[in-house]
Write a protein that binds this ligand. Structure first.
Ligand SMILES: [Ca+2]
Ligand SMILES: [Ca+2]
Ligand SMILES: [Ca+2]
Length: 319
């Protein structure tokens, strides 16, 4: 064998046995140590936003919520203009709605004076601008009777005081009918409203509350006997001062002080408050307030008093 052939054979053999630079098999891959990443998770620091109260999972409703029914809108309350107290008639200035009859005058002190402290007087004052509707009503006003020229003062009476005053509501059609009644109404025991019973032939409807300071007794001149010798407050009807339907003795009635009066008519039930005290609280069988013209009357005879009223207001029931 030649040297060249030997060299050739050697080269061929050497090439066949030389390791390849790249592995052909995974088995022969060099095993590299795998560094496992076992880093522990960093615990989350609690933050201020974390709820401090455990959250309770809400229950999932098994059925859908029922839809609320659509209710009709309730209209706002429409105030009944008569349902609350009316404005107070304070008579601080003359009021043309109030017509004066007989000896009545407006007093610059801010009230109405029906007689003055003089003998044989008869006066009346009525609101001719308003004819009250029938139905329940509450009336408030103040009265002052006595012989002092200034109310709420003290003075020595010159004599026994008389005769008294009354609030009346006459159920008549118009002012001319009212005026005719007031013209014939009897003074003295009639207190300027006496037109029915022994006092006249009035057959209509009327309601009165009287403040009587003189004891009358039938004697041929006087036409009725009062139910008590004391001063008294009474409910009378239909222009008849002789029929005291309800009454209460009130000895200090003409003490010259202003007194608060409240008259409540509720169906046939009549309540009277005097200076906040209930003095009459009873039923008048068959009573039904018919409404009409509202006013005050008073009279004197041989004996005298001032007869004043003020601060009238009224209230009708709410529907
Ligand atoms: Ca007044
Ligand atoms: Ca008297
Ligand atoms: Ca009397």
């Amino acid at each position: 064998m030649s040297v060249l052939r030997v060299l050739f054979l050697f080269m061929t053999f050497a090439c066949a046995r030389a390791p390849t630079s790249e592995p052909h098999d995974a088995d022969v891959l060099p095993t590299m140590p795998v560094q496992e990443h076992h880093e522990e998770p960093t615990p989350l620091e609690p933050t201020a936003l974390e709820p401090t109260v455990p959250i309770v999972p809400t229950e999932t409703p098994s059925e859908p919520e029922p839809t609320p029914p659509v209710l009709p809108e309730i209209p706002p309350d429409v105030p009944n203009p008569d349902c609350d107290w009316s404005a107070v008639e304070n008579f601080d200035v003359p009021n043309a709605d109030w017509k004066l009859y007989g000896n009545a005058t407006w007093d610059a002190g801010g009230w109405l004076e029906l007689t003055g402290n003089m003998q044989t007087r008869k006066g009346a004052v009525f609101n001719v601008a308003r004819n009250l509707d029938p139905g329940d009503i509450v009336l408030r006003f103040r009265v002052s009777m006595g012989q002092c020229d200034v109310p709420d003062t003290s003075c020595t009476p010159q004599s026994d005081g008389a005769d008294g005053l009354a609030l009346s509501v006459f159920h008549v059609a118009d002012e001319s009918e009212l005026s005719a009644l007031l013209t014939v109404a009897q003074p003295g025991g009639g207190l300027g409203y006496g037109v029915g019973g022994e006092y006249g032939n009035y057959a209509g409807d009327a309601l009165h509350i009287e403040f009587d300071t003189w004891y009358n007794i039938i004697n041929g001149v006087e036409l009725h006997t009062d139910p008590t010798r004391s001063n008294h407050i009474a409910i009378t009807m239909n222009g008849d001062p002789g029929h005291h339907v309800l009454w209460r003795a009130m000895p200090a009635l003409d003490d010259n002080r202003w007194h608060d009066v409240e008259l409540q008519i509720n169906g046939a039930h009549v309540t009277v408050l005097f200076d906040g005290q209930t003095i009459i609280d009873d039923v008048v069988t068959g009573l039904r307030f018919k409404g009409g013209f509202l006013g005050f009357t008073a009279s004197t005879g041989f004996y005298t008093n001032h007869h004043r009223f003020d601060d009238l207001q009224f209230k009708r029931p709410c529907e």
